[in-house]
Write a protein that binds this ligand. Structure first.
Ligand code: ADP
Ligand code: MG
Length: 312
C-alpha cells in the first residue's frame, strides 16, 4: 500500500513525514505524488493522500476529488474544504455552545466585473453601520471570510479605520468581529479528531512557545475537547483551532486551517516531532482501515454537531 503526499513550498515537514512513515516498516510506503494530465475516473495508486497545498492549486483540488472516486482517502476531505468558510465556522461553533466573539458578515465592498447595481437588488443600501457597530463595538477585527495567514486581517479602532479597511477590502467578502483582549493564546493542533495539543502561540510575532502548564488544567481540557468537537463537526482530520483566552474563557477565533503550519523553523523541534509522529500515525491507521471515504463525503454526514459548551 502507498501513501501519497502533495506539497507546496514547505521544506521540512513533508520529507520528515515520508521518512517517518517509511521507517515504521508497516508494509506501507510514502512518497511525493507526481502528476500530469489526469483522466476522469482513473484508478489511483494511493490508499491515502495527505494534501498540504490544494487550497492554492485548483488543479490539485480537482485531482483529489477525482481520486476519492477511486477509493483514495484524502486528508483533509477536499469536498468539505472547498465548501467551508470562517463565517459558517463561527455560526456552527456558536450553535455548539462554544464561545465565539460576536461576528457579522458584511456585503462585499466591490464585485467582479459584470455584477452591476441591478444584480444586487437584494442588498440594503446604505448599510446600517450604526446597528452593526452597536453589536460588535470598537475595537474590532475585520478579516476575509475565506482568509488565512493573516491575509487582509486588521484591527479596527474607530469609524475612520473601519471605512478605510472596508474600502480596501475590494471583492473580498469580510467579517467584522468583536475584539477579544486575550491574556493567553493557543493554536490547538488536532490530528485524527483525537490527538490534540493546545500550543501556546504569540500571534503578534507569530511564534510558537514551549511553556509548561501555560493554561489552567480546566481551560486546557476545554480547549482540547472543543477543538475535537469542532473538527468532528467540520470533518477535518488535520486542523489547528485557535483560541484567544480571556479570563479563563477560550474564544474560538480561527479553525479553518486544514494545512496548518508544520515547518520545523516555525513550530520548533518539540511540536514538529509530535506532528510528524501523529500525522504518520493517522496516515498509516487510515490506510490500514482502508474504509472508502465516499459515504463520509455525502452532505448528510456533515455537520453532526454535539453541544459541548459549558455556558459562561
Ligand atoms: N476577534 C479577535 N480578537 C483578537 N484578536 C484577533 C481576533 N481575530 C483575529 N485576531 C488576531 O488576528 C490573527 C489572525 O486572525 P485569524 O482569524 O487567525 O486569521 P488567519 O486565518 O489569517 O490566521 C489571530 O491570530 C489573532 O492574533
Ligand atoms: Mg489564524
Amino acid at each position: 500500500m502507498k501513501i501519497g503526499v502533495l506539497v507546496g513550498r514547505e521544506a521540512t515537514f513533508p520529507p520528515a513525514l515520508i521518512n517517518e512513515i517509511n521507517s515504521r516498516n508497516a508494509g506501507i510506503t510514502a512518497e511525493y505524488i507526481r502528476l500530469g494530465g489526469v483522466q476522469m475516473a482513473e484508478p489511483c495508486e494511493y490508499a491515502v493522500i495527505i494534501d498540504r497545498i490544494s487550497h492554492e492549486v485548483p488543479f490539485y483540488r480537482a485531482y483529489l476529488k477525482n481520486a476519492t472516486l477511486a477509493g483514495t482517502i484524502v486528508i483533509n476531505n477536499p469536498f468539505w474544504w472547498t465548501a467551508d468558510d470562517k463565517f459558517f465556522n463561527y455560526a456552527l461553533a456558536t450553535d455548539m455552545g462554544i464561545a465565539v466573539p460576536r461576528t457579522v458578515l458584511l456585503p462585499q465592498k466591490d464585485y467582479k466585473e459584470g455584477v452591476v447595481s441591478e444584480s444586487l437588488r437584494n442588498l440594503k443600501y446604505p448599510l446600517d453601520w450604526e446597528e452593526i457597530m452597536d453589536h460588535i463595538g470598537f475595537p474590532a477585527f475585520m478579516k476575509p471570510y475565506d482568509g488565512g495567514g493573516w491575509r487582509g486581517v486588521s484591527r479596527i479602532n474607530n469609524w475612520e479605520e473601519l471605512f478605510e479597511k472596508y474600502n480596501e477590502s475590494g471583492t473580498d467578502c469580510m467579517v467584522l468581529q468583536e475584539y477579544v483582549a486575550f491574556d493567553h493564546y493557543v493554536r490547538t493542533y488536532t490530528i485524527g479528531k483525537k490527538d490534540v495539543w493546545p500550543m501556546p502561540y504569540d500571534p503578534i510575532h507569530q511564534r510558537y512557545l514551549v511553556v509548561p502548564d501555560y493554561l489552567e488544567p480546566d481551560v486546557h481540557d476545554r480547549c482540547c475537547s472543543e477543538a475535537i468537537a469542532i473538527c468532528e463537526a467540520l470533518g477535518y482530520d488535520i486542523n489547528t483551532v485557535e483560541f484567544a483566552i480571556k479570563d479563563g474563557v477560550p474564544y474560538a477565533i480561527d479553525y479553518m486551517n486544514p494545512a496548518p503550519d508544520a515547518d520545523w523553523w516555525s513550530v520548533g523541534s518539540v511540536y514538529f516531532k509530535w506532528m510528524v509522529e501523529k500525522v504518520a500515525d493517522l496516515a498509516i491507521r487510515t490506510a490500514q482501515e482502508g474504509k472508502s471515504s465516499i459515504g463520509e463525503l455525502r452532505w448528510s454526514e456533515f455537520l453532526n454537531m454535539r453541544v459541548v459548551g459549558k455556558g459562561e
